[in-house]
Design a protein around this ligand. Sequence first.
Ligand code: ADP
Ligand code: MG
Length: 697
Amino acid sequence: MPHILDTPIEYLKGIGPSRAEMLRKELDIHTFGDMLLYYPFRYVDRSKFYSVAEIDSESAWIQLKGRVTGMQTIGAGRVSRLVMTFRDQTGETELVWFQGSKWIKDKIVVGREYIVFGKPNLFNGRYNFTHPDIEPADDEAPVLNEPLQPYYSTSEKLKSRGFTPRNFVRIMRNLIGQVQYSIPETLSQSLLSAVKLPARGEALVNIHFPHDPQALARAQDRIKFDELFFIQLQLLRLKYVRMEKVHGRVFGQIGSHFNTFYHQNLPFSLTGAQKKVMKEIRADLGSGKQMNRLLQGDVGSGKTLVALMSMLIALDNGCQACLMAPTEILAAQHFKTISGMLHDLPVEVALLTGSTKKSARNVLHQKLQEGSLQILIGTHALIEDQVQFRDLGLVVIDEQHRFGVAQRARLWEKSEIPPHILVMTATPIPRTLAMTLYGDLDVSVIDELPPGRKPVKTYHFFEKDRLKVFRFIKDQIAMGRQIYVVYPIINESDKLELQPLMDGFDTVSRYFPLPEYQISIVHGQLKSAEKESEMKRFLEKKTQIMVATTVIEVGVDVPNASVMVIENAERFGLSQLHQLRGRVGRGADQSHCILMSSYKLTADGRKRLETMVRTTDGFEIAEVDLHLRGPGDLQGTQQSGLVGLKLASLVKDEKLLKIAREFAHRTLTDDPELRKEENQPMVRYLQLNANDWGKIS
Ligand code: ADP
Ligand code: MG
């Protein structure tokens, strides 16, 4: 027998077939159960009426009772707006609609009494209301007069078909009345009593119609817990299954490759953080399970070395290793660094990218199959089908977000026992996000820079300071340093959009004239050979200034560069600013980052610049970024959609997320395959949402 929550929404009192169609199309609500999960987006106090004269701030949502005394349409076509005057005993205000106003115009009768609900805006020194809710005051209104009334978000289109916020409340009342004793519990009884949260049925009733603020808070916590818990349960289950089913090679020994490198080739001692991470990796490699580890560490924290030492362990155990980078430049740089570090160790390393010649490629393929080539470094070219390893034991992936899960999986197929996987990223991801996005990976963090590194000093300047900035640059060049000047160009393939960069180049050229000063310019419209040759000139100190777009964000490593000037810095996102700043401060000298901005700054823009000036800690910056933008805009989250998070926030609910993860762990430790009878509600819930999980796993 179908469950009452699966009843099609058109059978709910007050809906019917045509309005049901509207709900399906506009809100993706198909059943009673879907409707139940359409949570209020706020709670409003409708026990009190304000008077027009009382309005003194923009902040609160309030309701007024009064008469519409006039109505007119101003302007024509798309930009027209509908303006009503609304008056009570104390004064007059305006109600404004910009679009979708036709149905309101038809419905409202001038002279009648209405209840208006909305948020006042200050406009030209007076308060008005845009797109308020408006209902006849004599409407039978049993749902009014409550201090914590649910308020459902709706649109003008929905309102025009009767889905006003007030009607939503009525509809929800009917729904709850019908289903409140039939809402299935989703957690096991033991978990439910351990988390000390209300039953799901109780929580869902209270989320719509809370008795008091405490009941509401507890209901919200319960719903959020479910959202977070089931994501974690699913992620961890995948991980447990993988660990159970997929065996890893056991790299039991540390041999001569690693030892010789460690004792003879390593030019410095490892930082504490590098040591800690190496321990974690060694434990994984020796465990008999397949390693899937995410290594996070700021630019310059020494991830490459960790990658190399891990690869040497693979070699010591008779396996091959590969390192995959997102761009050719980066791959080439890794190849150079790693070859240099290995020096005279008997290890064969090769580079394979899209531009490797066919003849050389054939040789590589041959050697890989034989096993004489031990470390392969490259780009996507590595996952091409022809590339067959004799025995691939470890894959290192640099800058993970550019490699999809599917691509990772293809690497697995390259050997019978899947290789261990180490994913490295310099884009710090806040813990809450990492737990959710990469919840199936183990996470290691290098949270310490090599000693002697001076944090980059960061300043924020306006246009009026430009001469001061240029003088500073002159001094730095006189000291033998090099300078970057970076412009925000969004669409580099558009000639027009490159104009600010060209203008900037002119300005810089005028102040730093030939022949004393040589300037490089690099942007996305240059052919890659031109780009490389310009970068090379800069690298070889033939030019002192590099004027560029963000194409220099990854790849270049010029330790002698000590100043990063970022023009229109307010237009960059925080993580990009942080990445750009990471281009300097790579040598022993004090480096500087100068953020130039216009005077007009949004609150967020100001906060971004302040944050950059205040800290160089990538994790702290990532946290601020998460708070400013919300997780939806952060890299990598769109694909995953952060499924099912309607109420829970990765920004605000970190504590609850940790609890949820801990309980998911406990549940699976106790019953890895969720076979126990008492865990069946959870299995059913996971199955019910199976479609969504596909997006994250
Ligand atoms: P990442 O890839 O994390 O941005 P790199 O691996 O490129 O950083 O390291 C940055 C620089 O720091 C390199 O020049 C590297 O040789 C150096 N380095 C790495 N580890 C140490 C260490 N323990 N002590 C001193 N220098 C180090
Ligand atoms: Mg690196």
